[in-house]
Design a protein around this ligand. Structure first.
Ligand code: HEC
Length: 139
């Protein structure tokens, strides 16, 4: 009986988190982005498509190259939003991305490719988290 209640509670917490996620999306922030480096974002986007396949294939050299480009993207966006000010959320998201990339690099270097691949699958969530708040919706 108790167990069932606990599970119900977990489900409603999950639902709340989903709703809150939706609300965060509604709180989209419009800021001036004309000096933002779109080319770098495109490079990162392109490399991200090879990242997990390179890891899964056990290609450490390529995976570390990919990681370097993705790291550049997070470093850039962290710096951009730090300078912009009033965007601690973006800075934090970019830092989470940097931490994630560092863990992936460590796993790849230790030849733990399956662990690295699992982590690599989380990278797009980090991109999305920032885009939902700061990327113009028509882009
Ligand atoms: C901390 C914030 C942030 C993070 C993290 C982030 N981005 Fe972006 N990204 C932006 C913003 C802001 C724009 C919109 C730039 C503009 O409108 O000029 C953008 C735009 C883009 C674009 C479209 C560029 C264009 O020409 O319109 C792509 C592609 C992209 N990001 C890919 C990625 C990928 C892939 C990741 C994750 C590996 C990522 N981004 C992580 C903030 C971020």
């Amino acid at each position: 009986m108790r167990r069932k209640t606990a599970r119900k509670f977990a489900v409603s917490v999950g639902l709340c988190a989903t709703l809150l996620g939706g609300m965060a999306y509604a709180e989209h922030k419009d800021i001036d982005l004309k000096d933002y480096d779109d080319d770098l974002m495109h490079d990162v986007d392109r490399v991200l498509k090879f990242f997990e396949p390179d890891i899964t294939a056990g290609n450490a050299a390529n995976a570390l190259d990919d990681a370097g480009v993705i790291r550049d993207g997070f470093t850039y966006s962290k710096g951009y939003f730090s300078k912009k000010g009033n965007a601690e959320d973006a800075v934090k998201i970019a830092q989470d991305g940097l931490d994630l990339v560092a863990s992936i690099e460590k796993s790849v270097e230790a030849k733990d490719f399956s662990g690295a691949a699992t982590l690599a699958r989380q990278v797009p969530n980090t991109c999305k988290a920032c885009h939902e708040i700061y990327k113009p919706r028509n882009k």
